[in-house]
Write a protein that binds this ligand. Structure first.
Ligand code: 13P
Ligand code: SF4
Length: 354
């Protein structure tokens, strides 16, 4: 739907008043009405790097979700302030791993006598606490665009990986990219005693996957893939690696949001694509590429927007920008110093991956 012209004018005026003092980052899953005001757009990896590359901006307004804003705060200097236009924009996947649960898991691995062999690899979609745990135990962060490199690095440091919190990205990367078998992976369930695993199972596993998932991508199914192939002969199925393993295995291409955009840019005219990722992005791509005669459809019409990404809307963005323009700092995301130090270690290991 077209944005309210009054709000558009207000956002523009506030941004103009702030000038170089503000830098607006927009994740690819953001609404069109918000994306139009982003100074850069990107996947979570690109945005983390872009935030770190703006030392002159006093305010970083992060149009995305809470863990992204935390990561930006960790990677920017102390006098830069990161603002999340709606504090309720969380991520249900990141919430699936708490610091207490992960500490308990580490005790279980210690009891089983394997903690020393385990390198934690945590998906960007996790709280700063989990990133700090990862840094403290010699591990790295990864995103969906560098998970393969992160896992290869981790298996050079140790024999086993504890992958947090997205079981699907962990499994898909281990099996598709590293050539492991499904039997090399076990799932640690934080709601069961000892994660629901025996010490023997833990000792035999190479990949210990945390039982977390994305509530949006988890809804694409093998039926979604089969149905679209039947409906649109010759369609290319392109999905995000947060989808279930069976969906990824049945797809033609798999990659992060940035990869998805590049693949469609490179696609020949006349090609047909079914995309399995968040709806705001798919709609935007469908509109953008219609002019180039590329047919782009949503992989499954019953899957909805990411509700927390959608919390950042134009009214919230206008409120944040106008507040900053008037000199009032609102909705600052600030990670405490101790957490930040260890989390930064893990994020910097990611940024240094070959
Ligand atoms: P990417 O932007 O890394 O592809 O991740 C998708 C996502 O779910 C972010 O929340
Ligand atoms: Fe979290 Fe999934 Fe939404 Fe990304 S799409 S923010 S992983 S719930």
């Amino acid at each position: 739907s077209p944005s309210d012209p009054d709000l558009v004018a207000r956002a523009r005026a506030a941004k103009e008043k702030l000038g170089d003092k503000v830098f607006v980052l927009g994740h690819h899953y953001q609404r069109d009405e918000v994306i139009q005001f982003a100074d850069v757009t990107g996947d979570s990896f690109k945005l983390a790097r872009d935030a770190a590359a703006r030392p002159e901006a006093e305010y970083i307004v992060f149009c995305g979700v809470h863990f992204m804003a935390e990561s930006a705060d960790i990677l920017t200097s102390d006098d830069q302030k990161v603002v999340l236009p709606d504090l309720a924009a969380g991520c249900s996947m990141a919430d699936m791993a708490t610091a207490e649960q992960v500490a308990e898991c580490w005790d279980v691995l210690t009891e089983a006598g394997i903690a020393e062999q385990v390198v934690p690899v945590s998906y960007m979609n996790s709280s700063a606490d989990i990133k700090a745990f990862t840094g403290k135990h010699g591990g790295t962060i990864c995103t969906s665009s560098n998970a393969e490199r992160a896992l290869n690095w981790a298996f050079e440091q140790g024999e086993k990986v504890l992958f947090l919190p997205d079981q699907h990205l962990g499994r898909n990367t281990a099996v598709r990219d590293l050539g492991m078998s499904l039997e090399d992976c076990v799932v640690y369930n934080p709601h069961r005693p000892n994660g629901g695993l025996t010490a023997q199972e833990l000792r035999a596993a190479k990949m210990i996957l945390w039982r977390g998932h994305c509530s949006v991508h988890g809804r694409f199914s093998l039926d979604s893939v089969n149905d679209v192939r039947e409906r649109i002969p010759g369609v290319n199925v392109l999905v995000h690696p947060e989808c279930k393993h069976e969906v990824v295995a049945a797809a033609d291409y798999v990659g992060s949001t940035e990869y998805i955009i590049k693949a469609l840019e490179a696609a020949p005219a006349g090609s047909k694509w079914a995309i399995g990722t968040e709806l705001n992005l798919v709609r935007r791509l469908a509109n953008r590429f219609a002019a180039e005669d590329k047919e782009i459809v949503f992989l499954d019409k019953t899957v909805c927007f990411c509700s927390t990404m959608n919390r950042i809307d134009l009214p919230h963005l206008v409120w944040a920008l106008e507040s900053l323009a008037e000199g009032t700092l609102v909705n600052r995301i600030e990670v405490d110093k101790e957490t930040e130090a260890f989390a930064k270690l893990a994020l910097e290991r990611m940024l240094a991956l070959p």
